[in-house]
Design a protein around this ligand. Structure first.
Ligand SMILES: [Zn+2]
Length: 248
């Protein structure tokens, strides 16, 4: 049976765990392999996740999802960025705190590039995202306040990075990813749904036989767009051509 090298989440020992089954969810944007494994020492089961390694020749290191794994990352976050954050978490759980901040820095750089911001250094990129309204001002202040990110773990500064510094950087990265990819898309979907509901209820509230205004409505929404909403009731005389109510 296939084995997978991992740090067991139950007994904390390095383990050549047996892989009992794997699945690659097809609805994810980028490949991710989920596997059920059994530890060679304590025989307890765990669920782990792997993303492609840097050379895309195989799967990268396994990250524990269950038991007591980190909070799972929303699939709305691009897989490449999720991969950087998962690696940062692996560094943190291995007590490699400086490496954690390097990976968090890479993750945030990838996030800036994905949003079309190439300003360097990283703090300037985040500043740009805040200026365009893509991120909340409080997230920018949080980033500015982080010593570990300010000093850039990638360059030798001689300064010690503590476990708290590394955890702060990880938490900020998670908050930024949630804000940009999860909160924003859910909020936009909510606003769209609410606008569609309001258009549908306005259309049904009209007295029988009265056609809605044919010019642009006060809200600035094209009334013709109502007909494209499959949930909205379609009434005779509402078509864009307005030809259906001619008398004989
Ligand atoms: Zn074990």
């Amino acid at each position: 049976m296939e084995t997978l090298g991992t740090l067991c989440a139950w007994c904390s020992q390095p383990s050549a765990a047996r892989v009992y089954g794997s699945v690659q969810p097809s609805e994810y944007d980028e490949p991710e392999l989920l596997s059920l494994i059994i530890c060679e020492h304590c025989r307890y089961p765990s669920l782990v996740s792997q993303t492609p390694d840097d050379y895309e020749r195989g799967w990268g290191p396994a990250t524990n999802l269950w038991p007591h794994g980190p909070r799972s990352l929303n699939p709305a976050i691009p897989a490449a960025i999720r991969g950087e954050l998962l690696e940062a978490r692996t560094c943190y759980s291995s007590k490699a705190y400086r490496a954690t901040t390097v990976m968090v820095g890479r993750c945030l750089e990838a996030l800036c590039v994905d949003k079309g911001v190439t300003s360097k250094p990283l703090q300037a990129g985040l500043q740009r995202l805040a200026a365009t309204g893509a991120i909340d001002q409080r997230l920018l202040e949080w980033a500015h306040g982080l010593r570990a990110l300010r000093n850039d773990g990638a360059h030798h500064s001689g300064e010690r990075i503590t476990a708290d510094d590394a955890r702060d950087a990880l938490e900020l990265a998670e908050a930024l990813l949630d804000y940009l990819y999860v909160f924003t898309s859910k909020y936009e979907a909510f606003k769209t749904r609410r606008m569609e509901q309001s258009l549908a209820s306005r259309s049904t509230a009209l007295p029988a036989g009265q056609a809605p205004a044919t010019s642009t409505s006060p809200s600035g929404v094209d009334p013709h767009a109502v007909g494209t909403n499959s949930d909205a009731p379609v009434e005779v005389g509402h078509s864009a051509e307005g030809t259906t109510l001619t008398s004989a």
